[in-house]
Structures are given as C-alpha cells and as structure tokens.
Design a protein around this ligand. Structure first.
Ligand code: AMP
Ligand code: MG
Length: 329
C-alpha cells in the first residue's frame, strides 16, 4: 500500500470519508484516525497498530455541540472541564450513546471525547464531517509520535494517508478524565494537571490503582523505546549526586563502549556529562515535550540504556513520571 503524504486536510478528509484511516497532527501527539461511526474503518486502526481490541479510542470533535452525538449526557463535572479546557489536551469520559460502534469503546458503555486545538486537526474533522476516532499513530507499545517522521517510521506504506504538519506542541498524550461520577477522576495524567482540575472541583482525584474496567489502556506496556529505560534520582536527600552503575574505572576501551551506549535525559546539567547522548531540559514542560522524541532518537542511534531523571510528582511532573514508569517496566 502506498501512503499518500499531504499537507492538505481536505485530501486526508477524503480518506476518512471513504472509510479509510489517516494519520494527522494534533497538539498532543500524532493520531491515527477513522470515521468514529464506521466500525469497519475503526477496526483498521487496531489492525494497523497491533492494538488490543479492548483498549478503547478517543473520539475527536471539532465542535462542542458534537459531544451530544457521542454521549448520553454531559455531567456537571464534565461541563466545567469542557468549558475551561476544550479545545485542548484533555479528554473526558462520559456515558456513550447507543449508536457508537463497540470497536471504538472496546465494549465499554463509556466514551472518551476530546476537542483538539491544533489547526490541521480541526480542519480535518470539519472537512470529514464526522467525529474521528483516533489513538496515537504509533505501533502499539512504542513511544507516541510527536512529529510526522515518527509516523512514517512506524507506518510508511502501511497506512493509506498521512497529513503532515508541525511537531506536537505538548508531546504527551492528553489528560484522560472520567467524568461519569460526581467528581472528576484522572485516569491518565497529562499536560492539564490535577492541580488545574482541582481549581474547578476540589474533590478531583488522580486514580492511582487502575482497575481493568476503568482504564483499559493503563494495563498495557507503553511508550517503550528499544533501549532499556532506567529511572534515576539525581540528587539524594542530602543533595549529593547519585552514583549509577557505569564503572568509570573500567579499562578505557570498555569504558568508551559503555559510554557510547548510554543516554541521559533530565534537568541536571552536571549529571549529563558522562553520557554519549544527552538531553538537558530547561523546564518540566520541555522534558514532557521532548521525552518521546528523545526515546526515538536513542533507538535511531542504537543506544542501549536511557537513564531518565526522576522528577517530583506534582504539576506536569506527574505525567512525566507516569510515562517514565511505564517505559521502564
Ligand atoms: P491513546 O489515544 O493511544 O493515547 O489511547 C487512548 C487512551 O484513552 C487509552 O489509555 C484508553 O484506555 C483511554 N480511554 C479511551 N476510552 C476510554 C473509556 N471509555 N474509559 C476509560 N479510558 C478510556
Ligand atoms: Mg497510544
């Protein structure tokens, strides 16, 4: 199959309308989309990605009024989140309408809905004239794609269409929030933080233990580069740098070889020096934005171990640690 690569959302929309799948840019990561009302088309996403059928998709809309095409009702907790954060990097879970194909929701009676803010994603959905069901446009288990080259690496000539655009603004998947209950429950942390949601409802929580039913996606291995991912605390409680197991007293050839195969991503400038490949991030948002990109770069360079600096689990640090822990598993 030849992949049509285009920068025109109308061209990509023709594929969606014809029951085909197309990859497209969003502000979180690139998505792989199909007409959410067309079960046969949606199933092609699962086949292309190798995604387990019980891991549901997020349905993308271009207009808030389309929520009621998908959900039975908009709960008060959803209303607050939608009015504050739609369009943006946040997904709400609501009770689904009967007409939604089971393939979209993995057989659940709830549906995940997001309104992306990226210009091309919006134009694509509008031109297609239907909500677009889309997970991230990567092979199941590999790091999410933050630019179109990543999509090509996984899917060149394996999907019919790729809409190219800018690199992802956030670089992490959306914050997924269950709004079916009285208070919001964050199932997957993201760029919109628990602290921000708490400003809308002080009883909002982050679900720590994922039950199979609540959040099917969380049980799968995710986001993993080919390299081994190891999490490290750069400073211990006394403010001293932690020693990691690269023995610097090894014979120089061996030392060089080990060094070549190790990479570091984090915030600490001094710590990064001893690695072959290093990305020092000047802020947590940059860490979030660059993490998957760096994982993929490391695989290209045949890096064997990626040391990732742990961060405090607050603000966007929660989402970074969530992805790091999954990648390290
Ligand atoms: P992806 O788009 O690849 O980041 O995956 C979508 C994420 O949304 C996965 O973690 C899913 O488990 C989650 N998700 C989608 N629909 C639902 C739902 N109805 N209930 C809970 N989580 C969902
Ligand atoms: Mg994904």
């Amino acid at each position: 199959m030849k992949t049509t690569i285009t920068n025109d959302p109308k061209v990509a929309a023709e594929f969606i309308k014809a029951g085909e799948i197309a990859a497209f840019p969003t502000e979180t990561v690139y998505g792989l989309g199909a007409d959410a009302f067309n079960e046969k088309a949606v199933k092609k996403i699962f086949t292309a990605k190798g995604r387990p059928a019980d891991n549901p998709l997020i349905v993308h809309i271009a207009n808030k009024k389309d929520i009621l095409l998908l959900a039975r009702e908009i709960t008060p907790s959803a209303k607050k989140i939608i009015s504050k954060f739609f369009p943006g990097p946040v997904t709400v879970i609501l009770k689904k309408n009967e007409i939604i194909p089971n393939a979209v929701t993995g057989g659940l009676d709830t549906i995940a809905i997001r309104m992306p803010s990226g210009r091309l994603a919006k134009q694509l959905i509008k031109s297609a004239g239907v909500p677009i069901a889309a997970p991230s446009a990567n092979l199941s288990g590999s790091p999410s794609p933050t630019n179109f080259m990543h999509v090509l690496r996984d899917f060149n000539n394996k999907i019919p269409c790729l809409l190219i655009g800018p690199s992802a603004k956030y670089g992490l998947e959306s914050t997924v929030i269950d709004c079916t209950g009285k208070h919001p429950v964050i199932l997957r942390p993201g760029s919109i933080t628990l602290e921000q949601i708490k400003k809308l409802d002080k009883h909002a929580v982050l679900l720590k233990k994922f039950t199979k039913l609540k959040s099917p996606g969380q049980k799968y291995k995710h986001y993993s580069p080919k390299a081994n991912v190891k999490l490290i605390t750069v400073h211990n409680s006394k403010g001293k740098s932690e020693k990691i197991k690269i023995k610097l007293n090894e014979p120089s050839e061996r030392q060089k070889e080990i060094k070549q195969k190790c990479a570091f991503i984090g915030l600490d400038k001094n710590f990064g020096r001893r690695f072959e490949k290093v990305l020092i991030c000047s802020s947590l948002s940059i860490y979030a934005k660059k993490l998957f990109w760096f994982f993929r770069q490391c695989d290209e360079d045949n890096i064997k171990i990626i040391y990732c600096q742990k961060v405090d689990e607050k603000g966007i640090g929660t989402a970074i640690m969530n992805r790091l822990q999954k990648a390290a598993n």
